[in-house]
Design a protein around this ligand. Structure first.
Ligand code: GLU
Length: 503
C-alpha cells in the first residue's frame, strides 16, 4: 500500500552512492538526479559518496568519469570527496574501513554477529545440496554458537573467517517505502545469516552502507529498486545496532519500450552512457528534463521543464511505482525543443567544444578542417537547420556536408519526376548568372533571373534545386544554404548535375 502523505520533516540529507565499477549510465543519472531534486526541493543537502570497497570491480577513471558527467549534466552535490565536511568525511568507503570494523566488533562482542570459518568449497557444497533439494539457497548457520575448541581448530588450520550477522527467526522486516508503499520480508527468507565483513577485513556493501548512512546522518535513502532485496538486510543491521533508520524510497528502473524488459547493456539500440549522449550532441538540459520523467511526473500536461522548474515541481508523492519506459522519440523531441530555445551563440560554443574533443568521426573530420575556428559559419549553419535539428550532430553533419559539397556523389533520384529539359535550362541560367555575379552572391536575385528566363517557378524551380544541392527534395531555404557554400562548390555541383542530365 502506498502511504498517503509523507511528512518531510527535520534536516533533509540524501546521498547518491555510486560504485566506480563503470561509467555514469542512464540508471545512475536517474538516481543522482532524483536525489538532487529531492535535496533541492526540500532544502536539504545532497551528498556524494563513493562506494569503492569492491576493489576488483572498480574500473580505472570510473570515479572521475562519473563525477565529470554529473557536472556536465549540471547537477552538483553539496558534499562529497571534493567538498568534504569534517564531521562526515571521508567520502570514499575504502577510507572508512576502520569505522566499519569498529561496529562489526561491537556486534561480535554483543554476540549478535559471529565468525564463520566455512571454506568456499563447503559453502558451494551447501549451495548445491539446497539447489538439488529445491530449497532457496541460504546459509545454514553452521558456525553460529561454535565452541572455543572448534574455533581454535579452524584457526589452527589457517581458515580465515568472515563475520556474519545473526538474524532472529521468523522476524518481519518491514518499511513504509516512499515510492512503493509498505514492503515486508521475513527474516527466514532472506538467505540466512549474511556476511557483514569479508575474510579480507573489508565490510560488505549491506553493512558499510548502513554505517555510512547512519554516520552521515542520511535522512532519506532514494535508490534504484534493484536494491529492494538488500533493504531487509540493512534493516537487520540497523536493528542489531539499535540505531535509527532513514526513510527508504525505491526508484523504478528504466525499461526498454519494445522488449518491456529492464534496459541492459545488451540493448544495443539504446545509448546507455551519459558520455555517449554528450558526444552525439544531446544537450544536458534536455537530458535532465527527459530523465526527470523516468519515474516521476508533474501535475498537468507540461513536458518541458528547466532545472529550476523541476526543483520547484518535484514531489516525492508523484514518483511512480511502476516501470519507466525509455522512449527515444521523446528524448529526441525534447532535445530538438531545447535546440530551438537555446541561443545560437551558445549552441555554437557547444559545437566548438564537441569538435575540440573530437570524440566522434564527424567531430574529428571537422577538427581536421579547423572548423572550430569558424564560429560565424557554424552560427549560420545553426540558423539554417535549427528547425529540423534533433541533436548538435545534425549541425555537425551539415557543416561537413556544406564544406565538402563539391565532393559528394549524388543519386539525383528525386529529379526523375521533373522535366529534364527544364532542369537543364534552370541550371544553365544559374551557371551563367553565378559566373557574372560578384561576391557575396545574392542568390535571391539569381533565382528571380532564372524565373524570368526559364518561366519556371515554385515547386518546379525549388525542388530541382534542392535535389541538385542536397540530393534531397526538402532542404532549408535554398538561397540561404547556397549563400554559405563556397562559390566554387556551387559551380561544381551545377556541373555535376548537368553531367548527370546529359547522360
Ligand atoms: N553503490 C550502490 C550502487 O551503485 C548504491 C547503493 C545505495 O544507494 O544504497 O548500486
Amino acid at each position: 500500500m502506498r502511504r498517503e502523505k509523507i511528512e518531510i520533516t527535520g534536516e533533509v540529507r540524501v546521498r547518491y552512492a555510486p560504485s566506480p565499477t563503470g561509467f555514469l549510465h542512464l540508471g545512475n543519472a536517474q538516481s543522482a538526479l532524483f536525489n538532487y531534486l529531492f535535496a533541492k526541493h526540500y532544502k536539504g543537502t545532497w551528498v556524494l559518496r563513493i562506494e569503492d570497497t569492491d576493489l576488483k570491480r572498480n574500473v580505472p577513471h570510473g570515479e572521475e568519469s562519473q563525477m565529470e558527467n554529473l557536472h556536465w549534466l549540471g547537477i552538483y552535490w553539496d558534499e562529497g570527496p571534493d567538498k568534504p565536511k569534517e564531521e562526515f568525511a571521508p567520502y570514499h568507503q575504502k577510507e572508512r574501513v576502520s569505522l566499519y570494523h569498529k561496529y562489526v566488533q561491537q556486534l561480535l562482542d554483543a554476540e549478535l554477529a559471529y565468525k564463520d570459518y566455512a571454506t568456499e568449497e563447503e559453502l558451494t557444497e551447501l549451495h548445491d545440496q539446497q539447489m538439488a533439494a529445491k530449497i532457496a539457497p541460504h546459509y545454514d548457520g553452521r558456525w553460529y554458537g561454535a565452541t572455543k575448541e572448534q574455533i581454535k581448530k579452524a584457526e589452527a588450520e589457517g581458515r580465515k573467517p568472515t563475520v556474519r550477522l545473526h538474524l532472529p527467526k521468523n522476524h518481519v522486516y518491514s518499511w513504509d517505502d516512499m515510492i512503493k508503499g509498505t514492503v515486508s520480508f521475513n527474516s527466514d527468507n532472506i538467505g540466512g545469516d549474511f556476511i557483514i565483513e569479508k575474510s579480507n577485513g573489508m565490510a560488505t556493501y549491506n553493512f558499510a552502507v548502513v554505517i555510512d548512512d547512519y554516520l552521515m546522518k542520511i535522512s532519506h535513502v532514494l535508490r534504484g529498486d534493484d536494491h529492494i532485496a538488500n533493504t531487509p538486510k540493512q534493516l537487520a543491521v540497523y536493528e542489531a545496532l539499535g540505531i535509527p533508520q532513514p526513510l527508504f524510497g525505491h526508484i523504478t528502473l528504466i525499461y526498454n519500450l519494445e522488449t518491456h524488459k529492464k534496459l541492459s547493456k545488451r540493448d544495443k539500440n539504446t545509448l546507455q552512457f551519459i558520455s555517449q549522449y554528450r558526444k552525439f550532441g544531446y544537450l544536458n538540459e534536455a537530458l535532465v528534463n527527459f530523465i526527470a520523467f523516468l519515474g516521476w511526473s508533474p501535475i498537468g500536461e507540461k513536458e518541458l521543464f528547466t532545472r529550476d522548474e523541476l526543483i520547484e515541481a518535484f514531489d516525492i508523492h508523484r514518483m511512480s511505482a511502476s516501470p519507466a519506459y525509455f522512449d527515444q522519440k521523446k528524448l529526441d523531441w525534447i532535445n530538438s525543443e531545447y535546440i530551438k530555445k537555446i541561443p545560437i551563440a551558445e549552441l555554437a560554443n557547444r559545437i566548438v567544444t564537441l569538435i575540440n574533443v573530437a570524440e566522434t568521426d564527424t567531430a574529428l573530420k571537422l577538427k581536421e578542417l579547423k572548423m572550430q575556428e569558424n564560429l560565424d559559419f557554424i552560427k549560420k549553419v545553426i540558423q539554417l537547420y535549427r528547425a529540423e535539428a534533433k541533436t548538435l550532430m545534425t549541425f555537425m553533419e551539415k557543416i561537413y556536408f556544406i564544406k565538402n559539397s563539391d565532393r559528394h556523389k549524388f543519386s539525383y533520384a528525386d529529379l526523375a519526376e521533373f522535366d529534364k529539359n527544364n532542369v537543364h535550362k534552370i541550371l544553365l541560367v544559374m551557371q551563367k548568372e553565378i559566373q557574372n555575379a560578384v561576391e557575396p552572391i545574392d542568390y535571391d536575385s539569381i533565382l528571380l533571373a532564372i524565373q524570368k528566363e526559364t518561366g519556371q517557378s515554385g515547386r518546379n524551380l525549388y525542388i530541382p534545386l534542392n535535389v541538385v544541392f542536397t540530393d534531397n527534395k526538402s532542404a532549408p531555404q535554398i538561397t540561404e544554404l547556397l549563400a554559405i557554400m563556397p562559390k566554387q562548390n556551387v559551380e561544381i555541383m551545377i556541373t555535376n548535375a548537368l553531367k548527370w542530365l546529359n547522360q
